[in-house]
Design a protein around this ligand. Structure first.
Ligand code: ZN
Length: 247
């Protein structure tokens, strides 16, 4: 990736930029390890081939790039013009020839990185609206992209592992999932990392019973994001039930 010098100066933003570049490199490496014929095979996501995942990740970079453009110019530029357009784009992208699909993935990722690199320091707090309608400072796009590249590299299903996700990224992602369950579904969970003893929980404004789930951090993340229940137990040591839906 052609990183020269970031114009951002906020240490939190710079740290997020490091994580997302690691994640992008990880995703690109897993993609490069796949032969063309393997792109049409199923991914780890139900109903999606690897080509769907790759197209989605490529178009996600373009969508996030539109938000960075918005922050830079002040001209409202939504991530996608509608949910339908987003879905159609992914179905179309999945039919692209392997070379075109790989090009989309690489080119969109580099373009997004260049936009971040060149975004003037005073524009990073500019508020944009995500595809889900959330209003966030554009700096949040870096974390949004991190989530995508780390998780979908694993979804490619050719050896990507939750164990490879940096612990700070894994912990923050767990926090996101728990917050979604708490706010949207009033579900209370305490997730316990059995290697460090660290606990993760989100505040739930109801008397919902709290369920305790235990396992090593990478396994907790695999479970919470709906990918796998391997290595996860309840407080009583029973196999954990499937996690509630996240996204
Ligand atoms: Zn995604």
């Amino acid at each position: 990736m052609t990183v020269l010098t970031d114009r951002a100066t906020d240490p939190a933003v710079l740290s997020d930029l490091r994580d997302v570049r690691l994640g992008q490199a990880y995703f690109s490496r897993k993609l490069n390890e796949l032969r063309n014929a393997e792109l049409l095979e199923p991914s780890g996501l139900e109903g999606w081939s690897r080509a769907h995942v790759i197209a989605h990740v490529g178009y996600n970079a373009r969508g996030l790039n539109r938000l960075v453009d918005w922050a830079e110019t002040g001209v409202v530029t939504p991530m996608y013009s509608s949910p339908d357009v987003r879905a159609t784009e992914i179905s179309f992208g999945a039919t692209l020839a392997p070379r075109a699909l790989r090009h989309l993935s690489d080119h969109a990722a580099v373009a997004l990185d260049v936009s971040w690199r060149d975004l003037p320091v005073e524009r990073w707090s500019f508020v944009v609206r995500t595809a889900q309608g959330r209003e966030v400072p554009v700096a949040e796009t870096v974390w949004m992209r991190s989530r995508e590249v780390w998780l979908h590299a694993i979804d490619l299903g050719n050896g990507g592992r939750f164990e490879d996700v940096p612990a700070p990224v894994a912990r923050r992602l767990l926090g996101d999932v728990l917050a979604t369950w708490a706010v949207r579904d009033s579900l209370a969970f305490v997730l316990e990392d059995t290697e460090t003893g660290q606990e993760f929980a989100a505040t739930v404004l109801s008397a919902a019973p709290t369920e305790r789930i235990r396992g090593p951090l990478p396994r907790l993340l695999a479970w919470a994001t709906g990918r796998s229940s391997a290595g996860i137990t309840t407080a009583a040591g029973a196999p954990a039930p499937p996690a509630p839906r996240w996204l």
